[in-house]
Design a binder for this molecule. Structure first.
Ligand SMILES: Cc1cc2nc3c(=O)[nH]c(=O)nc-3n(C[C@H](O)[C@H](O)[C@H](O)COP(=O)(O)OP(=O)(O)OC[C@H]3O[C@@H](n4cnc5c(N)ncnc54)[C@H](O)[C@@H]3O)c2cc1C
Length: 381
């Protein structure tokens, strides 16, 4: 019977970074994943690492995550590219919010450049001139290829940090007796440890379903689109647009935010939680997103697995105002899902040594590395 210092349930970015930091402290760690390869939110996402979009509390974790990403990319190719992020303002209200956010971030010591229309056009010549009023650019931010990153991080944890990883292993029961935690799996194995952290993403029925029922967690479904390789375009950075300025938390803290109303032509987009983001992959294809629909944990199935043409068409039309993407260039559409909580994350202590951490929402790729570092150092202090 092998005893670990820590068992982490769930090998998405949240669980894997908890395992990573504990192993870096010299702890003996077991990481369990129910699927053959993790396929949750962590591989379905955009891969924009954008602390600039977050409120001050979460931006702190995002900025620390950038430093951890600097370190990781210096060790091996984790697909992390430090090409920055740009927010394009398309009308006077968005210009106002963008300028206020940039001033706020400058004061907080976060590197940001305010670009005129001309400077924006010269750096991003593929964007349509008529859309651009001005922009703000964050040079330190990353993009990551979400379809590869987590597998590289798990391998690094195993090969370099000595984490034990067991895939195809569904945890179905966890309990604590006399200070020792026991994790039982569907295959009737049992593992023992001092502490357990459950980072199960949007899976609510395998462990402690009664706790999730009353947790305040909800699930968000996002529609995403991808084009064929468009080699004639070169989008070096994460591109975020006017609707993002109107949506992301960072801009909510701006003095003018409460005075700004939604123009009539954007109301239908807002109804489906649509804001337009672009990210070009190394092969030239462009990911375009996204929309947001919501359901409580007890009715997640109502969100469905399919994508709605209506939402895709709204996104394509708005995207075309910004970038000339022909309808025929879209080759893929999918839905991604993540758990979110009104407090920014769901942290729940089941017993002295067993905790749940999920519901980090749309910021997990940006903040999990820094967040997990702090939590692990508190856990083992
Ligand atoms: C479409 C989309 C776009 C996004 N874009 C961005 C972005 O650009 N930037 C950003 O910062 N964030 C983005 N996000 C959010 C980000 O992807 C999530 O915040 C993050 O991936 C959540 O990670 P997680 O580890 O909590 O969950 P998950 O990745 O879902 O991982 C949970 C894991 O736990 C496993 N598991 C569950 N139950 C058990 C069990 N009982 N036993 C064993 N294993 C179990 C699951 O199989 C899964 O692998 C996006 C998300 C989506 C869906």
């Amino acid at each position: 019977m092998k005893k670990y210092d820590l068992i982490v349930v769930g090998a998405g970015i949240m669980g894997t970074f908890h395992a990573y930091h504990a192993a870096k402290m010299g702890k003996k760690v077991l990481l369990l994943e129910k699927d053959n390869k993790p396929v949750g939110s962590t591989i379905q996402n955009f891969g924009q690492v954008v602390p600039s979009g977050l409120d001050a509390f979460w931006q702190k974790y995002g900025r620390r995550s950038l430093e951890i990403y600097d370190y990781l990319q210096s060790q091996a190719d984790f697909t992390l590219l430090k090409n920055g992020s740009v927010y394009i303002a398309s009308d006077n209200d968005e210009v106002q919010l963008a300028n206020e956010a940039a001033e706020m971030h400058q004061k907080a010591g976060y590197n940001v450049e305010m670009l005129s229309k001309k400077e924006t056009q010269s750096r991003f010549p593929d964007l349509k001139s008529a859309y651009i009023k001005s922009s703000i650019f964050y040079p330190e931010e990353y993009s990551v290829n979400a379809s590869e990153f987590i597998y590289k991080l798990i391998n690094f944890c195993v090969d370099t940090l000595g984490v034990t990883y067991k895939n195809s292993t569904l945890a179905i029961n966890i309990e604590e007796n006399n200070g020792e935690a026991k994790v039982e799996t569907a295959a009737k194995e049992a593992f023992y440890s001092e502490k357990v952290i459950i980072c199960s993403g949007y899976v609510f029925n395998a462990l402690f379903p009664e706790i999730y029922q009353h947790s305040g967690l909800i699930v968000s479904k996002l529609q995403m689109l991808k084009t064929v390789p468009l080699k004639q375009m070169f989008l070096k950075s994460n591109i975020l647009t006017g609707l993002t300025i109107r949506r992301y938390e960072a801009f909510e803290s701006c003095p003018s935010f409460s005075k700004i109303t939604t123009p009539k032509q954007l109301l239908e987009l807002k109804k489906y939680g649509i804001h337009i983001l672009f990210k070009q992959l190394p092969d030239g294809s462009i990911i375009v997103g996204d929309s947001h629909e919501y359901a409580g944990v007890d009715v997640v199935e109502n969100l469905g697995l399919g994508v709605q043409d209506k939402i895709n068409n709204l996104m394509k039309t708005e995207a075309k105002r910004i970038l000339e993407i022909p309808d025929a260039a879209y080759s893929q559409a999918w839905a991604g899902y993540y758990a979110q909580h009104p407090d920014g994350i769901f942290e729940y202590k089941i017993s002295e040594n067993i905790e749940i951490r999920t519901g980090i929402g749309g910021k997990g790729m940006t903040t999990s590395a820094g967040y997990a570092e702090e939590k692990i150092s508190q856990l083992f202090q």
